[in-house]
Design a protein around this ligand. Sequence first.
Ligand code: NAD
Ligand code: TYD
Length: 372
Amino acid sequence: MTNKEIYTPKNILVTGGAGFIGANFVHYWLKTYPDNRVVVMDALTYAGNVANLAAVESNPNFRFVHADILDYENSLKLLREENIDTIVHFAAESHVDRSISGPDAFIETNVKGTHELLKAAKSYWLDENPGMTHLFQHVSTDEVYGTLEANDPPFREDTPYAPNSPYAASKASSDFFVRSYQETYGLNTNISNCSNNYGPYQFPEKLIPLVITNILESKALPIYGDGKQIRDWLYVDDHARGIDLIMRKGRKGEAYNIGGINEWANIDIVNLVCDLVDQCIQDNPDLQKQFPNSPVCQGKTAKELITYVKDRPGHDRRYAIDPSKSNNEIGYQPVESFETGIKKTVDWYLKNEAWWRSVMSGEYQDWIKKQY
Ligand code: NAD
Ligand code: TYD
């Protein structure tokens, strides 16, 4: 496919659509393309939550299916039933710390699960319906490229893979399987390698929502090592827009990097979020009533909660994306500024206390107790 031809999805299967990025993608997609059919398949692990999809639940073009990508037969049945032409594959174990304490689940879902899904896609699109227009859009990460030193140029699509965590290794492996299905069987695929996302519905084990929710409870804000590790932060809707552009305009078989052109050291992000949350609560008596344990209500500042802890093993120092290819070929640019994106995100967590309290109960409590 050349840059001039536009791919037009009709019936989309979104795996992992009850998770953070998947749910935001589903909202984006149904708003942007209301005539498309969107079927979410999600195993509802600790990170998946049907409440993330409540806003689209009654849309007749939407369907939720509780299923595991490891189940090849079930995926094939669903592809047939819904005449799926496009798979957008988000389903994964996604937290680096969990991949360090328990890598097996990452191999199962990210490697084996992706392969079972690729097999189902091949069976339906190539073996049963040869000639059918189709696309397997694989959602991956910039962590496959490993780590950068302060003055290294940012990751390009031709940067060699050098994954350092079991999470990154499992994603790298899944990228290679996707590539191999393109090269060996002729399955139409694209890969997106995206930097760190933030925004609504992110599980509060990841840095930004963890810091927001811990401040509201006056809990310690754990900073790994010296806190000077750098990430390239992207508002989640900009990721959805990037995937959309890759699907429609990307050359088949290609990988595209998606980033925020927005490098921040962890400690600077944490300081910024501390100031923002303090200010919101200071300015709003209703929030003072809602969060009486927050530092401002105790005559303190959120920054006093910052606690340096032991570094993460194998901790990547810096991630940064060179967005030239996606910019030049498909016209991608992030639209949300970090100032507006982070404010929206803080406001969302302040307004959705019931959501984060509910997702953080149960399994998450058991896991977090073992960490510190
Ligand atoms: P998440 O952990 O919030 O959500 C993952 C979803 O996948 C959950 O709904 C979970 O229930 C589901 N899932 C897990 N195992 C499954 C299985 N075996 N079968 C079916 N569903 C299963 O993750 P996220 O942050 O939304 O990330 C989504 C994708 O984007 C992942 O592939 C991740 O590698 C990639 N990614 C994430 C980021 C980021 O900053 N979060 C950045 C770049 C790429
Ligand atoms: P995280 O949100 O887990 O994303 P990733 O590891 O995929 O980049 O972490 C972002 C950065 O924040 C990373 O350098 C690790 C660091 N971090 C902390 O310092 N403290 C924390 O409690 C967490 C969860 C992360």
